[in-house]
Write a protein that binds this ligand. Sequence first.
Ligand SMILES: Nc1nc2c(c(=O)[nH]1)N[C@H]1C(S)=C(S)[C@@H](COP(=O)(O)OP(=O)(O)OC[C@H]3O[C@@H](n4cnc5c(N)ncnc54)[C@H](O)[C@@H]3O)O[C@H]1N2
Ligand code: MOO
Ligand SMILES: [Mg+2]
Length: 428
Amino acid sequence: MDRHRDKADQKFQRKALQVQEAQARVMQYAKPLGTEEVPLSQCCGRVLAEPLRAPHPFPAFNRSGMDGYALRAADTLSCHAGEPVWLEVIDNIPCGAVASAEITEGTAARIMTGAQVPKGADTVVMIEITESRESDGKSYVGLRKPQQAGSNITPVGFELQESELVLPAGRTIAAGDIAVLAAFGSPVVKVQRRPKVAVFATGTELLEVDEPLQPGKIRNSNSPMLEALVREAGGEAVILGAIADDLELARSRVQMALENYDLVITTGGVSVGDYDIMGDLVREKSGEMLFNKVTMRPGSVTTAAVRGGKLLLALSGNPGASFVGFHLFARPVISLMLGTERPLLPEMSAFIGTDYNRVNNFTRFVRARLEIRDGMLHAYPAVIDESSVMVTIKDSDCLIVVPPEARGLKAGDKVKVLKLPGELRRQE
Ligand SMILES: Nc1nc2c(c(=O)[nH]1)N[C@H]1C(S)=C(S)[C@@H](COP(=O)(O)OP(=O)(O)OC[C@H]3O[C@@H](n4cnc5c(N)ncnc54)[C@H](O)[C@@H]3O)O[C@H]1N2
Ligand code: MOO
Ligand SMILES: [Mg+2]
């Protein structure tokens, strides 16, 4: 009986941490996991593991910006009153070729866009403003206006000098980065290894997605949602299914997962209920509990522990709470494991779109839809945003941070929002 009392006391006496403190506790266990090489075609969205310095200037040669003639600007200065200057065309330089002769006084080379400008030439004149004639088997180009040195030539190193830093390590590779990597000859790219994240759900009430509904039961929506969130954060998610509320079973599953994966995320069973086994499991002596209560809503019962150096994030079973818990705790951990420098959701300020009157003792992270109007951000809180509500997660672009002291926000008040990843939802 006394042992029961002890257990119950432990269960109910939880010390709530501030969100930032709780984030700091989990983030200190998140370190980059090492690197691997992937083909250029598969590196989009991965995190670059080493900086790229330009191995050569870019462009690597003085490049013609027009189809026309390469010549010396000085040779055009003598045109006056519309009298053309005639220069002998001594070379023809298609793109990809190099000149066979230097341009000297009185000569020019026909040249195409993108070709290397020949030695001696300091300007390129576009075909449209030139004239041509043949005489004694020689070709001549005629110009009626003096030209400026440097025109239509992109000088060597215009974009980048040799050894200039182009891509810092830690950058998430996007299309423009891929162009750079290709231009500098990187068929394989060193990227951070993706964390392997085990996701499992707890709850005797849970059905598989393809099972028919049964009385009192629900389908497991958290695991597929978390799988998508892990992927979006740059991790590799492995769904380990749903387990019944059975402490023995959960203990062995969690242990197996901690041994085989970089991070373990569970949902459900962290509150004070009779079958809330994850709470019991985390309080067992075999590991360090980092926290089991956070001053936030939803997700106040979010729990974290470390075992054998690996993090276990036990998120609340309520869909809204597991969504917010993922973004505040799991996403930063995955980001740090990927070696990124800014693991937390970006903060912005917005005008709240409607009144918000819900009162709370804890900071509330209210899911909301963002709209940009006249260049200003407006955040519309979801009409129903209880922890247990699933359906409005899909419409949220951000979380409005409502501190406990904010009582009765009025439409138009300025609020802090945490931007969720991805594009803004369209207004229906
Ligand atoms: N007496 C108290 N009861 C509760 C408290 C409290 O402080 N005292 N806290 C409430 C709060 S706040 C939350 S949040 C929930 C947390 O619940 P658990 O993390 O223990 O989660 P469960 O009990 O397993 O489930 C809660 C809810 O979520 C549904 N669920 C669970 N897993 C899934 C899933 N994979 N997919 C979809 N939905 C899921 C489950 O069926 C329940 O409806 O506790 C409050 N209670
Ligand atoms: O604190 Mo509960 O975790 O969602 O509201
Ligand atoms: Mg519970």
